[in-house]
Ligand binder design. Sequence first.
Ligand SMILES: Cc1cc2nc3c(=O)[nH]c(=O)nc-3n(C[C@H](O)[C@H](O)[C@H](O)COP(=O)(O)OP(=O)(O)OC[C@H]3O[C@@H](n4cnc5c(N)ncnc54)[C@H](O)[C@@H]3O)c2cc1C
Length: 317
Amino acid sequence: MSKRAIIIGAGLGGLLCARILSRKGLDVTVLEAADVPGGLLHSVDWDGIPCEQGFHSVGGLAPGEALEKIFRPLGLMDLPWYRANVDEGFPFLRLNADSELEKQHILHPYQQSVWRLKGGGDTLANALAEGLDIRYGKCVVSIDNQVITCGDNSSFEADVIIADLPPRQCLKLVKDHIRPSFIHRLDKLETGRPIFTLYCLLEPGCVEWQSGAIFLDGKLMIHFAEPETGILELLCFGEESPEKMLSLARTRLPGLKVTKYRSALFPGYGILKHTGTDYLSAKTPLPYLYLTGQNIGLHGILGTAVSALNTCKSIRL
Ligand SMILES: Cc1cc2nc3c(=O)[nH]c(=O)nc-3n(C[C@H](O)[C@H](O)[C@H](O)COP(=O)(O)OP(=O)(O)OC[C@H]3O[C@@H](n4cnc5c(N)ncnc54)[C@H](O)[C@@H]3O)c2cc1C
């Protein structure tokens, strides 16, 4: 009989693990707290306008490049990707230059090629979710001796459990004994700053659509053009005043006229990776429990995809 795997969270990491393990013949179910797939890939609705959360551009999708090698076997290269201006990758050169490993694995692909996707993160999330057994509205509240319980009191038993959650959040759910040194190590890891996003609905034709990065007083602000929806997204680390962000954006886009705006604060890229010791393995002290997602290994679409591959390879079947 095939092994039963339960994946907690239908973010990019969880969905990729589900696809990979299903192809290996495991009986896979994904439990997702929300009522849609994708986590940060999913767009949020603003008066009928889909606004991206954690998906703008990706690097390394040209033939033979890093992300293409992961996405092609999963059929994801059939999606409507298109090549973007290479400047859209530049913000990440500064944002993620924390360690040599990040430079190699995240920055280099952006220098090779930058890509966007018609329909944005939802297109990727829906393609990944297709055909998988995903149970929505299932917020996991405990993991006890291979039994997972959700907030609605439903429970699921599994041979293998993968958590696409921040590791500390995952451990809070675990009722089994975990050696204190592992908990202590997780407690010591630093989490990166949140990302503040200002969604601006532009007056049609006021500026030419353009993405890029602007620096002022050492602070970085990225602007992502979403001409499909008429939205210009301004992103920076930590909360910032919308007026300040808009006046900074006008230094690059002088005719900018914003009809209305709204803001959101996202938890960011998870655990900071300064040195090799900040990189967590997918394995936990519990033989049945594995981690995946942007907190394991590297963040971003590429980083999370590499982590999903590593998680699936780590599983003792
Ligand atoms: C503002 C912003 C912009 C970004 N832009 C880019 C970009 O342009 N390019 C790029 O490469 N990367 C970008 N990223 C990074 C990228 O979005 C993430 O690295 C990646 O999507 C993380 O996926 P994940 O699976 O680790 O986590 P998540 O997407 O957070 O998925 C976790 C899932 O678990 C679910 N969940 C949580 N708790 C429970 C529970 N108890 N029970 C059941 N389900 C649960 C959540 O609902 C969610 O669906 C951006 C990130 C941010 C914040």
